[in-house]
Design a binder for this molecule. Structure first.
Ligand code: FES
Length: 181
């Protein structure tokens, strides 16, 4: 009776000379593979961690950045009646901003984008505060701080200065989140 040779026997016979020339252990190969996989996981985790940390750090720094900008005259501000407001653009015409002259005659200016979802805030003369019509957020007119509602941080403050009777915007401060994070 002829002995039946399985495919496996054929393969073993065919590869035997090569295995003698290039010996290897499957178990060791598997361990190397596991080690390499662990290294890969470690490196990937480290890359993700440092990437996320970098983004968080940049965001935190950006949130505290005081932007130095060239001064710009706010046209018509000198004729603004107390307890009223006017819109302007700063540092460019496309950067909508709002100037408020409070009842005591002082000027305050802010970026007009609500810090929640960017709806334009307006000045409420009745309540003497800045209000957001989208989700009922409100901001203090003298500081830009959140009074209530969902906004996570104060409005961007635009520094203003009165020079020889004219009102100038001279800088813009981006505020940090109200929880300090
Ligand atoms: S966009 Fe202003 S409260 Fe939501």
């Amino acid at each position: 009776m002829t002995k039946h040779r399985s495919d496996e026997d054929d393969v073993r016979a065919a590869t035997a000379p090569f295995q003698a020339e290039f010996p290897y252990e499957r178990d060791e190969e598997a361990q190397v593979t596991r080690r390499e996989f662990c290294n890969f996981l470690g490196l990937t985790s480290a890359a993700l961690f440092f990437g996320a940390t970098g983004f968080a750090t940049k965001a935190a720094l950006d949130a505290r950045e005081a932007v130095s900008l060239s001064a710009a005259h706010i046209g018509g501000a000198e004729n603004l009646a107390p307890n009223s407001s006017l819109n302007f653009g700063y540092p460019t015409e496309r950067d909508s901003a709002i100037l408020i002259r409070t009842a005591d005659g002082a000027y305050h200016a802010y970026g007009q984008k609500c810090t929640h979802l960017s709806c334009p805030v307006y000045y409420s003369r009745d309540h003497e505060r800045l209000e957001c019509p989208c989700h009922e957020g409100a901001f203090d007119v003298t500081t830009g701080n959140v009074l209530y509602g969902p906004p996570p941080r104060a409005l961007d403050v635009i520094e203003v200065e009165v020079r020889e009777g004219q009102v100038w915007a001279i800088g813009r401060n981006v505020s940090a989140p109200k929880d300090g994070g």
